[in-house]
Design a protein around this ligand. Structure first.
Ligand SMILES: [Zn+2]
Length: 991
């Protein structure tokens, strides 16, 4: 990838656009063009780069007027049909048949953005065409508003004049979202920190305010903000600028320029700090001790100033960047709460906010927490900062700005459009390297730079807010009672005839939502043909080196921009079931305890100084060969720059061979953090929690995953933590035994992407490990692991306002000839059955049917779902749907295109390193991937249907179901399910 030559000059007119500015961006090997459309006033920035992942986006300033979520409901609604494409849900129709690497829309706190990306040129322009029409010519019907936003509906459709409720996709999405305590924490804190600005309002919509939005308000909101004069277009990639302009010019011709005013007032600064307190719901019988969140925030900088941004980023690495960092350590050592959380610098419009948080605390410790943070900052500001610590912080900050991440075009869009729409220099954040260098120079000139930053922007800054979020067992019931009273009042004011009308309208919306588009309407949409799909999937160019007996090193030839990536796997197939329970504790010991002769602080500092992070995690995979053998491994992943590679490998070696869990005091603290994390994780995990629980009784991998991340792990850490004086010794022993078993197993496979020099260092290090490893060559005998028996249908009760439903079915494995057809079939089931039934009609936020070929499973899921019994009924009827489906070859072709897009994803270095290793261990050769690609292209309606029906016939009788939801929702669901009722358990206690 070289720097493209400039193809336009300032002052030139191209396709109705005036070229205002041409800026080479050597760091990105790109050129930026800033142009403006003469007639409409539309502004565009195009970044030309030698990258075929092209991106088209339009962003509009959508400043909220209140908490009714108009901007968010509008984001959903404009994608619901437009002038040129008057079909239901053109957005979802495109999802069915596009190669897009990104297709979505997002509502920010003061803007809405519509980005699409694809590596296939025709596809990108198809998507751009549909998006342009959606954004500037939406139909915005009242029916769409009622489906996406909200509508009154009888709580029981069989009783049209009975009690009323509210339905709506955004309404349920936000109910699910606000059910997470950390979401409430940040929403309440933001509203209190910026009370006089638009950021005190939630553009996404608060569930209690959404029903106040009227259809007329929505249209008025649209008319206010959606016009090309207000819009910021951003494009990226190797499609020439002139093609984008030629695409836009005729489409913009019908819009005359209009004055724009999107200025957002900044918050007036306070003279003294403030405090705010709120509640969130925990389970009804749940203890409330040590479940309070505390958050301290300052309006500390200007978000559109890159100098502020980089200085706070480095400061945050200094204060909180690793386990030995002084602010993090002070919080942990204070024992005021279970774990530091949410610490860092973030932007809210133009305001830059620095914040420090603690979870697992108590409301009556809030003042001590605040005092501790201020005192700690005072000591740091007054003292000397160790130059090594500051150097490590600069080093850490550098990675984020060097790495070529997945979804790179999308990240770049954010960095350019964010300052641009706020009136600042759009290219100021495009490359952060110069700002990082300038900051380093400022620090060299003034070694007290960060001391001053702490003093002036934090300690002496009175615009400081302390937020307390307390657990409550009756907060939600009080809200529910208020909602019920409100619904009762609405109902009381209506005649029986009016109520029947409300029920009829709601039923109409649901019926309409579930009616598929007629083929002639879908045919209006621009579409790819199967012939447009590349003939073969993309392969990662990988060569294999044999470093020593039993040690293999894969070398991936992918551009990395100077960062080296290493991932390596240790054979864990010999671990027993009991040992797998302790694997998460082993992983945590690697991340948070000492190793070799170094204590945890020294290890943390060394990791920060020498690498961009070292991580450890278990891998539970299966072979792609017909035996589908389990591949259970422990993976270590690191990234480092050339000069630090040897040091980084030294730390890694210590971690692998000499992780040391014997610091009992530290181990106990870490365990306390794990308790807090496991509790919130189970509830917030939503669909993942339900899916994992369902998988427990189906496969060994599913069972181990539930042991490590599900309820059993929470119970284990609670037990260990509650009885640490006795259980601590056992825990230390288990961690050591896992460490030693991994080393004794030998057999290492590594994957590397980066420079020759670093690759040599990796090979030398691995060769040096040979004598410390066991026999090697995969000589270890796999432990015999069994799948437990258990109930096939379970409901997990949690403090939630929505449900997450999951049903897992065994299905043919990757090696089975039906496997490629099942992938196509699962896509068709998602887009033609599950999504219409669960989302469009059921008003859940989402639903899908997924097929995991290597895991040999089909998974049906819903999320942020207002229903339990109804959704399980939809799942149960999937076989009937498939039997009756009348898929055409056109439908199947669209599904083929969407299924094959994964093989066309751009190869970015970090992801490639892990994927190459995964494919190698699963035995997924390029020839197998090519063969699967061809088999997918050959799918027909008949072959897909036969494969899916065969899979469902056996799968549906042997599957497992789990629903995570509020207890009352589950009980109500069980009344409807009758004989098929779920066995109810509490998600936290398992009882
Ligand atoms: Zn949404």
């Amino acid at each position: 990838m070289g720097v493209p030559e400039a193809v336009a000059h300032e002052g030139q007119r191209l396709h109705g656009f005036d070229v205002r500015q041409v800026t080479p961006l050597p760091d990105l090997r790109a050129v930026a063009y800033r142009v403006e459309h003469g007639h409409s006033g539309a502004r565009l920035i195009h970044i030309a780069a030698d990258d075929n992942e092209n991106l088209f986006s339009v962003t509009l300033p959508t400043v909220p007027w209140d908490d009714t979520g108009a901007a968010h409901i509008l984001e959903h609604s404009v994608l619901g049909g437009s002038r040129k494409y008057p079909v239901r849900q053109p957005f979802f129709e495109m999802l069915k048949m596009s190669m897009g690497t990104f297709i979505n829309a997002m509502t920010g706190s003061d803007y809405t953005t519509y980005p699409v990306a694809s590596t296939v040129r025709a596809d990108l322009f198809n998507l751009a065409d549909v998006y342009f029409d959606a954004v500037f010519h939406p139909l915005l019907t009242e029916e769409t508003f009622q489906r996406e936003g909200h509508r009154l509906t009888p709580a029981d459709p069989a009783e049209p004049t009975g009690p009323l409720g509210v339905a709506g996709i955004v309404y349920n999405e936000m109910k699910g979202y606000y059910g997470q305590p950390e979401v409430r924490l940040s929403a309440e804190a933001e509203a209190a920190l910026l009370p006089d600005t638009i950021y005190a309002k939630d553009s996404g919509g608060r569930p209690e305010a959404i029903p106040d939005l009227t259809y007329a308000d929505l249209r008025r909101f649209y008319a206010t903000y959606y016009h090309p004069s207000d819009a910021f277009f951003f494009t990226y990639g190797d499609i020439p600028l002139s093609e984008y302009l030629a695409f836009l010019d005729p489409r913009l011709a019908e819009f005359a320029r209009r004055p724009t005013d999107a200025a957002i007032a900044r918050q007036a600064r306070w003279r003294s700090p403030r405090r705010t307190e709120h509640e969130y719901q925990v389970g009804e019988g749940e203890a409330t001790t040590e479940k309070t969140y505390l958050l301290l925030q300052w309006l500390a900088g200007t978000a559109t100033d890159p100098a502020d941004d980089i200085a706070f980023e480095v400061l945050d690495w200094i204060l909180d960047g690793n386990e030995g960092a002084p602010l993090r350590k002070a919080l942990v050592d204070s024992k005021l709460g279970q774990a530091p959380a949410h610490t860092g610098y973030r932007s809210m419009g133009e305001e830059g906010v620095y914040q420090v948080g603690l979870k697992g605390s108590e409301a009556d410790r809030a003042e001590r927490f605040e005092r501790l943070v201020l005192d700690t900052l005072q000591v740091i500001a007054d003292g000397e900062m160790a130059p090594e610590r500051v150097a490590a912080a600069f080093h850490q900050a550098g990675y984020g700005h060097l790495e070529i991440q997945s979804q790179f075009p999308l990240h770049l869009r954010y960095r350019v459009v964010e300052p641009w729409r706020l009136g600042a220099d759009p290219l100021a954040f495009a490359s952060m390297r110069p700002h990082l260098e300038a900051c380093r120079q400022r620090y060299r000139d003034d070694p007290r730079l960060f001391n001053r930053l702490i003093r002036e922007r934090l300690l002496e800054n009175p615009h400081r807010l302390l937020t307390v979020l307390r657990p409550s067992t009756d907060w939600q019931p009080r809200l529910d009672a208020a909602f019920a009273a409100r619904m009762a009042a609405v109902r009381a004011a209506r005649s029986a005839e009016e109520l029947r009308h409300i029920a009829a309208v709601s039923a109409d919306v649901e019926r309409g939502a579930g009616t598929p588009n007629p083929p002639e309407a879908v045919a209006l949409l621009p579409q790819l043909r199967v012939a447009d799909v590349p003939a073969k999937p993309r392969h990662i160019p990988t060569t294999t080196l044999r470093v020593a007996d039993g040690i293999e090193l894969l070398r991936n030839d992918v551009f990395t921009n100077g960062v080296n990536y290493l991932q390596l796997d240790l054979d864990a197939s010999g671990l027993t079931e009991e040992q797998w329970r302790y694997v998460p504790r082993y992983v945590e010991a690697v991340h948070k305890l000492g190793a070799g002769r170094r204590d945890y602080e020294q290890v943390a500092e060394q990791v920060a100084a020498s690498s961009g992070g070292i991580h450890c995690f278990p891998i539970l995979a299966r072979s792609a060969a017909a035996d589908a053998r389990g591949r259970r491994r422990l993976r270590f992943a690191l990234k480092a720059l050339d000069p630090q590679m040897e040091d980084a490998l030294g730390v890694l070696t210590d971690m692998v061979f000499a992780v040391n869990p014997r610091d009992a005091a530290r181990l106990e603290v870490v365990l306390g953090q794990a308790v807090a994390g496991a509790r919130t994780g189970l509830v917030n995990g939503g669909a993942g929690t339900a899916m994992r629980y369902a998988g427990d009784t189906l496969t060994v991998e599913g069972h181990l995953s539930e042991l490590m991340y599900g309820g059993p792990q929470l119970r284990l850490v609670e037990r260990l933590h509650g009885d640490f004086a006795r259980a601590g010794e056992r825990l230390m022993g288990e961690i050591e035994r896992i460490r030693d078993a991994l080393a004794a197993a030998g057999g290492i496979v590594a994957s590397f992407t980066g420079s020759d020099r670093a690759c040599d260092a990796v090979a030398a290090t691995l060769a040096g490990w040979r004598q410390r490893l066991g026999a090697g060559g995969g000589g270890v005998t796999p432990a015999a692991l069994a799948v437990p028996a258990g109930e096939a249908r379970v409901g997990l009760a949690a403090p939630l306002q929505v449900a997450y439903c999951a049903q897992l079915l065994p299905a043919p494995h990757y090696a089975h000839p039906d496997s490629p057809l099942l992938a196509v079939g699962a896509h068709l089931i998602t887009v033609d059955y599950i999504r219409p039934e669960i989302r469009f009609k059921g008003t859940a936020y989402g639903g899908s049917c997924g097929y995991d070929a290597l895991g040999a499973q089909l998974a049906l899921a819903s999320w942020q779902d207002p229903h339990v019994a109804r959704t399980l009924g939809v799942f149960a009827a999937v076989g009937n749907y498939v039997s009756g489906a009348t898929w055409t070859q056109t439908d199947v072709d669209r599904a083929i295109i969407a299924t094959l897009k994964d093989g066309e994803r751009p190869i970015r270095p970090a992801e490639a390193t892990g994927t190459a290793l995964h494919r190698h261990l699963a035995g997924l050769t390029p020839a197998m991937r090519d063969q699967r690609h061809s088999a997918t292209l050959a799918a027909t309606p008949q072959s897909v249907k036969a494969a899916v029906l065969a899979a469902l016939e056996t799968g549906l009788t042997r599957g497992a179901t789990c629903v995570l939801a509020g207890r009352r929702m589950l009980e109500e669901g069980n009344r409807e399910l009758g004989a098929r009722a779920l066995v109810l358990r509490d998600v936290l206690t398992g009882e």
